[in-house]
Design a protein around this ligand. Sequence first.
Ligand SMILES: [Zn+2]
Ligand SMILES: [Zn+2]
Length: 186
Amino acid sequence: MKSIQLVPLAGSGGNGFSQEPALNLLEQLAAGLARAFRVPCRVSQRNMELDFALDGRRGQYYSSAILQQLDRAADSDSRVLGVTSCDLYVPVLTFVFGEAQLDGNCAVVSTARLAEPFYGLPRRDDLLRERLLKESVHELGHTFGLRHCGDWRCVMTSSHAVERLDVKTSEFCVRCRKPVFQSGFW
Ligand SMILES: [Zn+2]
Ligand SMILES: [Zn+2]
């Protein structure tokens, strides 16, 4: 069965506390992704420890290293999306919301900078859910070979700030929709 698998990723963050996204947030994300991609999506029972990807100096986790580990758990029949509340980075950028293998099986997203309290604002669970869905659909879109889109409403438009995430939709534009739904994944 072709499907999407959500893998909870836990990191100690160097402070001894294991941080893992809340289960209800993951379940809601799974429901949203199942609707967006029209395939079953479930939350994996097994989580993954992220400490191997921690850069102690930056206090962040190296997303490309996480993708490599997720790739070992992946099979060609499914997509694997790692979800973490730890902050992610790639060496050339101060942070990333997520990263994906272009035309691959794996993607990873972080909720760290999607939540309002990160910006000193009151908690808003609806906004967090919406941003996480958009970022997840975006990264999974890359696994279908999609690059960034010029249409500001399209989920594949690049967004390195939450303000940009908030203006775009969680949907693919007509042009981006094609490769996803004709990929042979379905
Ligand atoms: Zn992107
Ligand atoms: Zn598009």
